[in-house]
Design a protein around this ligand. Structure first.
Ligand code: MN
Length: 236
C-alpha cells in the first residue's frame, strides 16, 4: 500500500504567490505521509477529494466575518474570499464524510464556522491579559492548554496539559452544534474542538507544526492523522 496523501490548504500572499510554512510538510513526512499542497480556488473539489487520504486545514489570515454573521472588527486582516470558499466547502465535505482532518489555528476556526459556529473577532478585547495568545504585533508564543479527559484529543496527545505554540488573535466563540470543546486555556479561551461520531476530525487553536520537529508530543497529532488516513485506505 502506498503512503497516505495528506492535502494541506495554502494561502495567497500579497505577492500573489501560494504559500505554506514548510513545517506542515515536514511533520507529515515525518509521520510517513505525503504532503500535497492545495492552492485556493479549486473548482473541482469533488475530484480533488478522490486524490487525498487526509486533510489539514492550515493556519493563516482571518475568515471573512460575514460567514459567521458578524459585522467585523478593525483588527480583522488578510481576508481571502477564494480561500474561505474552498476551505468552507472542504470542511463541510470532511465533516459529512470520513476524511481524517486536522484543523490548525485558522483551520479550527474555519471548521467551526463551516458547521455553524461563531468566532471572537479580536481576542484581546474580550479576555483578561493573563495569557498572551500571540506576540505583538505578530509571532508565536507558548502557553499551556488543558485537555478534556475522554476526548479523542486526549487519546492522541496522551497528556492532560500540553504546551503549544500559540499565534492567534481570534478564537471560537459559539461552538458549532456538532462540535465538542475538548481543550481550553486558563483564561477560558477555546483551544481545541473535535467532531464526535467522525472517525478522526480534530482541530487545535495552537500551531503543532511549529514545534513538532523538536516536540514529540506535538508530532503525535500528525502521526495520528496519517495513521487515521492509513486506516481509511485499508478499509476501502
Ligand atoms: Mn492560544
Amino acid at each position: 500500500m502506498r503512503a497516505p496523501i495528506i492535502g494541506i490548504t495554502t494561502e495567497t500572499n500579497d505577492q500573489n504567490e501560494y504559500v505554506l510554512p514548510v513545517e506542515y510538510a515536514n511533520a507529515i513526512r515525518k509521520a510517513g505521509g505525503i504532503p500535497l499542497l492545495l492552492p485556493p480556488g479549486e473548482p473541482r473539489l469533488d475530484e480533488l477529494l478522490t486524490l487525498i487520504d487526509g486533510l489539514i486545514l492550515s493556519g493563516g489570515g482571518d475568515i471573512d466575518p460575514l460567514h459567521y454573521g458578524s459585522r467585523g472588527h478593525p483588527e480583522v486582516y488578510m481576508i481571502d474570499p477564494a480561500r474561505d470558499e474552498m476551505e468552507l466547502a472542504l470542511a463541510r465535505q470532511a465533516a459529512g464524510g470520513d476524511l481524517p482532518t486536522l484543523g490548525v489555528c485558522r483551520g479550527a476556526q474555519l471548521i467551526n464556522v463551516a458547521l455553524g459556529g461563531t468566532l471572537v473577532e479580536h481576542l484581546p478585547d474580550e479576555i483578561d491579559n493573563t495569557i498572551a495568545h500571540r506576540m505583538e504585533p505578530r509571532g508565536a508564543v507558548p502557553h499551556p492548554v488543558t485537555i478534556a479527559g475522554n476526548s479523542q484529543l486526549a487519546e492522541v496527545i496522551g497528556e492532560e496539559v500540553v504546551v503549544g505554540a500559540s499565534w492567534h488573535h481570534q478564537a471560537i466563540r459559539t461552538p458549532a452544534p456538532r462540535l465538542e470543546v475538548v481543550a481550553r486555556a486558563a483564561d477560558g479561551t477555546i483551544e481545541a474542538v473535535e467532531l464526535p461520531g467522525h472517525p478522526w476530525l480534530l482541530a487545535v487553536q495552537w500551531h503543532p507544526e511549529i514545534t513538532a520537529g523538536e516536540d514529540p508530543v506535538q508530532q503525535r497529532l500528525f502521526d495520528a492523522l496519517v495513521e487515521a488516513a492509513r486506516e481509511r485506505m485499508r478499509a476501502r
